[in-house]
Design a protein around this ligand. Structure first.
Ligand code: NAP
Length: 466
């Protein structure tokens, strides 16, 4: 081995997951050159890349999807390969990856929802926000999910941006949706929707709402729905008022002004009503004799200062039943364990220290294993938040490479051979580029950004048909 090889081996890095966290990790890895020579293989279970950008970002928020331009640049690097339609843990095990790469970084996001833990949560008509979001965005696993949109009244539990997305999509007019890249099956179903009333339910007050300003402002500007609030729920309780005054946070002040502007707004005769409620917690989903949701029982909360300095909700005696036929819980996402990778069930994350995977929370480093994005830090922040987060993980990988702490892979043959052997339906980034062009062409014909191919069979047939 020549001295150049000794100083500079080419580090082979596998990234599992092709959402923002995966792509930002690859981008940061390439930025380590020339100090670190890297080749990156990205593994994706689905036939197409981009994870949350394709399957999470709302179809009426196209601008946010511009993030993919940077991902495309990364994918264009000669040292990058995309292995789509390959599930780690099914086609290839984590152990097999570790035998072929110096480092494996998990960027698998948070694929499921937290539960509310209340009676009736599993009644017919009660769904998770993730299911609905994945369905309307054309995620292949959710193509055949059905939501009974003959429902007239819908409750969305939670006041984060996902709850706002779900409520907004339910309130959009068919014309508005028809200009987006929403999946065709969802467009058809939502065009026939009977939904008339949508409630968004926050367990704490307006000052603690998780949604961001642009998102809540948009709720007041919908063509298809009048916004309503309960005046006394918008008025701040003394503890919140003091906390807001202390915080001196202009963004928060602005959020409260936006909410205040909804008070007493006269209905504009729009077909739907969107009601934002605060300081109410769901107690129970009430079913009818067929096991279908017919109401949500809520309790009014008051806030108290918790030991950590935050204001937490506490139930009062005041209860109320709101008749609803459909419920979406949107109380936060949760990571899903990967066979062969440590997982902390309590937080729903891979235990890690600045991206280095640990064998348990507070435990020892598992050499050559890393995590990035939501599976590393939990489901928080916007797409761009994953960039510095990935930078932190890559700094750990680079340091471990420099200090000789990356394990040497046992097998030196190219991983592509095992991937192709296990999955004849492997899809590459070139396949994606062709599919992307096809989807955009279908979109252009319909005055839409794109018309998505949804299932793997549809993707394969589209690529074959060209
Ligand atoms: P989130 O921002 O963490 O909001 C979760 C909401 O659920 C909070 O309002 C929380 O209230 C509430 N909640 C939790 N447990 C509850 C319970 N048992 N009963 C009632 N309410 C409960 O999560 P998210 O909406 O899923 O969003 C995830 C991340 O993606 C966020 O960072 C979000 O900003 C981001 N995102 C951004 C966009 C965008 O930029 N347009 C769009 C979608 C998502 P408490 O605060 O009281 O816990």
């Amino acid at each position: 081995m020549g001295s150049a090889d000794v100083q500079q081996p080419r580090y082979r890095i596998a990234i599992v997951g092709s959402g923002p966290a995966g792509f930002y990790t690859a981008e940061h890895l390439f930025k380590q050159r020339p100090a670190l020579d890297v080749a990156v293989d990205m593994f994706e279970r689905l036939p197409v890349p981009y994870g949350l950008v394709r399957f999470g970002v709302a179809p009426d928020h196209q601008k946010i999807k511009n993030a993919t331009k940077a991902f495309e640049r990364t994918a264009g690097d000669g040292a990058f390969r995309f292995f789509g339609n390959i599930e780690i843990g099914r086609h290839v095990s984590v152990e097999e990856l570790r035998h072929r790469y110096h480092a494996v970084c998990f960027a698998t996001g948070a694929e499921t929802d937290r539960r509310m833990g209340i009676a009736g949560e599993d009644l017919d008509g009660s769904h998770t926000a993730t299911e609905f979001v994945a369905w309307y965005n054309g995620h292949p696993d959710y193509r055949h999910h059905a939501f009974d949109l003959t429902a007239q009244r819908v409750a969305v539990v939670g006041v984060g941006n996902v709850a706002v997305d779900v409520a907004r999509i339910l309130c959009r007019t068919p014309e508005e949706l028809g200009r987006t890249d929403i999946a065709d099956h969802a467009l058809a179903a939502l065009a026939k929707s009977h939904v008339r009333e949508v409630y968004i339910l926050g367990r704490r007050g307006p000052a603690q709402a998780a949604f961001t300003n642009a998102e809540v402002r948009e709720l007041g500007e919908l063509a298809g729905a009048d916004i309503q609030v309960v005046d006394e729920e918008i008025a701040l309780d003394p503890l919140s008022a003091a906390a807001v005054a202390d915080a001196g946070d202009r963004t928060l002040d602005r959020k409260l002004e936006i909410l205040q502007s909804f008070v007493g707004r006269a209905p504009g005769g729009r077909p739907k009503t969107l009601t934002l409620r605060f300081l109410v917690s769901p107690m129970e989903l009430v079913g009818d004799e067929h096991g279908r949701v017919r109401a949500i029982r809520i309790v009014r909360n008051e806030l108290y200062p918790a030991d950590d300095g935050t204001l937490r909700p506490r139930a009062t005696e005041q209860q109320q039943e709101i008749p609803v036929d459909l419920v979406f819980r949107s109380v936060g996402y949760r990571g899903v364990p990967i066979p062969g990778v440590p997982f902390d069930d309590e937080s729903g994350r891979i235990p890690n220290d600045v991206g280095r995977v640990l064998d348990r929370v507070g435990g020892s480093i598992v050499p050559g294993m890393y995590a990035s994005g939501w599976i590393k830090r939990g489901p928080s922040g916007v797409i761009g938040t994953n960039k510095p987060d990935a930078g932190e993980t890559v700094a750990a990988i680079a340091e471990d490479a420099r200090t000789g702490r990356l394990p040497t892979p046992a097998h030196l043959e190219d991983a592509e051979s095992i991937v192709r052997e296990r999955q004849s339906g492997l899809l590459t980034f070139d396949d994606w580029k062709r599919l992307d062009a096809l989807e955009r062409a279908r979109g252009e014909a319909a005055d839409r950004p794109r018309v998505k191919y949804v299932t793997t069979d549809e993707v394969v047939a589209a690529l074959r048909g060209t």
